[in-house]
Design a protein around this ligand. Structure first.
Ligand code: 2P0
Length: 350
């Protein structure tokens, strides 16, 4: 019984990421292999992040998870795959002070307890699976003394949720779609670290707290099955944009960054509209506001991008532009108004 008393714990924190060249569409649903590369910016850890503690003990008799304090089933294939991949890479662990020794073989039979928290309201419909799976995979890898590099960990996080592979890095990351059928080369790499372009200020406008109507997984499946535009996007448009976006990030070229991010968000939503039945995610009033403002200046001040929901992600070129952006948002969307934000017609007022 004495030997059953120890518990080993690891805690990790991972921010979510926002794609500026979007992932939409899979070529393999099981392994989560995409039809195009994507590029994202990872938020600072204090905003929209997941904190996950993982523990292992010989006294645990099954794997369990709690999400925001509530028991959460690990039965889903995506969780099982991540757990299996990490367990298969576990290495011998020795802590002589505590008298703990776990061999590679023993890890396979030890159960884990996982407690995960999001520091943002899950109900707001903001992407949580990216931060969640990245954090889970990273914490489990540390716990089980996995020695593989971040690229390999990213390919495991990818099997939890595609966008999660990009959240293992700060700054800017690229998810390379890869060529192999087994997914071994579908990994994320860091393009630039968090210090490279720290003038940028990211503002997330929570337009609606309603849960999205079409999940990303279902939405992208239907797009691949029914949209003709998606093939053109994946094969012709995105490969060129990836090259240009990498260059814009490298040179901190905000006009190109803004042009590419806005255009890619708009094409992603055009592809959604081209899906049968059509999918509507974004809120176009904020787009008109930003487009109008950017056109009235010598060069763009703000980039916008929308994911699979109506909340706007606005990237201001610097703090001054961010302050002006907040003024505009607060003017058009007063915080205590009861009206649905989407009913404001910004274009008429600015
Ligand atoms: C992205 N999105 O690149 C794109 C843009 C939403 C729009 O990745 O099925 O939750 O788990 O791989 O990663 C959302 O899709 O989908 C997403 P799965 P995921 O960020």
């Amino acid at each position: 019984e004495e030997s059953k008393k120890w518990v080993l714990t690891v805690t990790a924190q991972t921010p979510t990421n926002i794609a500026v060249i979007k992932y939409w569409g899979k070529r393999d649903e099981n392994l989560i292999l995409p039809i195009n590369d994507s590029i994202s910016v990872t938020l600072d850890p204090e905003h929209l992040c997941t904190t996950t503690s993982v523990a292992v003990s010989p006294s645990f008799d099954q794997d369990c998870m709690w999400l925001n304090g509530k028991e959460f089933s690990l039965a889903g294939g995506r969780y099982q795959r991540c757990l299996k991949e990490i367990r298969s890479r576990a290495c011998d662990y020795v802590d002589e002070k505590k008298g703990i020794k776990i061999t590679k073989k023993e890890w396979e039979n030890l159960h884990v307890h996982i407690a995960s928290y999001n520091n943002f309201p899950t109900a707001a419909g903001l992407a949580s699976s990216a931060a969640g799976f990245a954090c889970l995979v990273f914490a489990l890898a540390k716990l089980m003394n996995v020695k593989d590099d971040l690229g390999t960990l990213s390919s495991i996080a990818r099997q939890g949720s595609g966008s999660a592979c990009r959240s293992l890095y700060g700054g800017f990351a690229k998810w390379i779609m890869g060529k192999n059928d087994n997914g071994s080369d579908s990994i994320a790499v860091q393009l630039a670290d968090e210090k490279h372009w720290d003038d940028l200020v990211i503002v997330i406008a929570v337009v609606s707290s309603r849960q999205k109507e079409t999940s990303s997984t279902t939405g992208m499946r239907e797009t691949v099955e029914t949209s003709m535009l998606i093939q053109h996007r994946a094969k012709e448009v995105v490969p060129k944009r990836i090259v240009e976006m990498e260059e814009a990030i490298k040179n901190r070229d905000f006009p190109s960054f803004s042009r590419l991010a806005c255009a890619d968000s708009n094409q992603f939503h055009a592809v959604c509209l081209d899906t049968l039945p059509p999918i509507f995610y974004m809120n176009d009033t904020i787009i008109s506001c930003v487009e109008k403002w950017n056109r009235s200046e010598e060069s763009p001040q703000v980039a916008y991008t929308f994911d699979a929901g109506p909340n706007a992600v606005l990237i201001a070129r610097n703090r001054k532009a961010a302050a002006l952006l907040l003024q505009r948002l607060l003017f058009f969307f007063p915080p205590h108004s009861d009206a649905d934000l989407s009913s404001y017609v910004i274009g008429d007022k600015s």
